[in-house]
Design a protein around this ligand. Structure first.
Ligand code: HBI
Ligand code: FE
Length: 275
């Protein structure tokens, strides 16, 4: 889910300026609908007692089920009415500036394609299962909805300041791989976990990864890996911690971070609060 795009493979049509494409729902095959159903059902079982309530509420309120790949026009009716968001189809990863421009305008770019059967457990490019099952339910939550929109606006600024890495780490360790405390229990809200069968159990129950109380500047210093389960997770005490993101002056934070070397995922600092 990370990385740049460099040119186009020969013969591919040039993308439109905003990289959106039609969802072309009628072109999904029966085998793809069946694979969606398999991924959906497996994940519903895995997230029981593990996903946060906001995710479960969002999922329940949306037309997302096992019987077929969701239709973006149907999702958008509910999404738009609830938090003003909509889903738009893209071929896969899009350039950072294009990604941020969409988010800043409450458009969530979703991969149009579904992973192949041999990729059911892992793929790096965001497909429709990761984006729609993992991300879209959280867009129904007003705090997260505003946070992602502000991330898009902040991303456009960070790009121009050359500090995108810091902000990208914040997104990674919240929206993609975040954990949150709920009534004294640790729960998952990150889409990268909630769309991964193996990582759903690992993130909460494995003894291997570190779990550290969320601190924004600490998170922005922390490198991440894109090729395997995470080695560290950051735990929000509540979603309220994501409030007011648009009002934060990031300039002094970015300045301070420039004086510090980034931390490897397993590196710790004395201030860390282990959970
Ligand atoms: N494109 N479709 C898509 N999905 C992403 O999550 C994504 C992207 N382009 C860039 C990107 N993420 C990240 O590198 C930024 O959040 C920094
Ligand atoms: Fe994602």
């Amino acid at each position: 889910m990370k990385g740049g795009l460099h040119g186009l493979a020969g013969g591919e049509a040039a993308p439109s300026a905003d990289w959106t494409i039609p969802q072309d729902w009628d072109r999904y095959t029966n085998a793809e609908h069946a694979l969606w159903g398999e991924l959906y059902s497996r994940q519903i079982a895995a997230i029981e007692g593990r996903a946060c309530q906001a995710f479960l509420d969002g999922l329940k309120a949306l037309p997302i089920g096992p019987h077929e790949i969701p239709r973006f026009d149907e999702l958008n009716q509910t999404l738009k009415a609830t938090t003003g968001w909509e889903v738009v189809a893209v071929p896969g990863l899009v350039p950072d500036d294009v990604f941020f421009e969409h988010l800043a305008n409450r458009r969530f770019p979703s991969g149009q394609f579904l992973r192949k059967p041999h990729e059911r457990d892992y793929l790096q490019e965001p497909d429709i299962f990761h984006d729609v099952f993992g991300h879209v339910p959280m867009l129904m939550n007003p705090i997260v909805a505003d946070f992602i929109c502000d991330y898009g606006k902040g991303g456009l600024r960070a790009l121009s300041l050359g500090v995108l890495d810091n902000l990208a780490r914040l997104y990674w360790y919240t929206i993609e791989f975040g954990l949150v405390m709920e009534a004294g229990q640790m729960r998952i809200f990150g889409a990268g976990i909630l769309s991964s069968f193996g990582e759903t159990k690992y993130a909460l129950e494995s003894q291997k990864p570190l779990r550290i109380g969320f601190d924004m500047a600490r998170v922005m210093r922390t490198l991440y890996r894109i090729d395997d389960f995470q080695e560290v997770y950051f735990v929000l005490d509540s979603f309220e911690r994501l409030l007011g993101f648009s009002k934060i002056d990031f300039a002094p934070i970015y300045e301070a971070l420039k004086q510090q070397s980034p931390l490897k995922p397993r590196e710790t600092v004395p201030e860390d609060r282990f959970i």
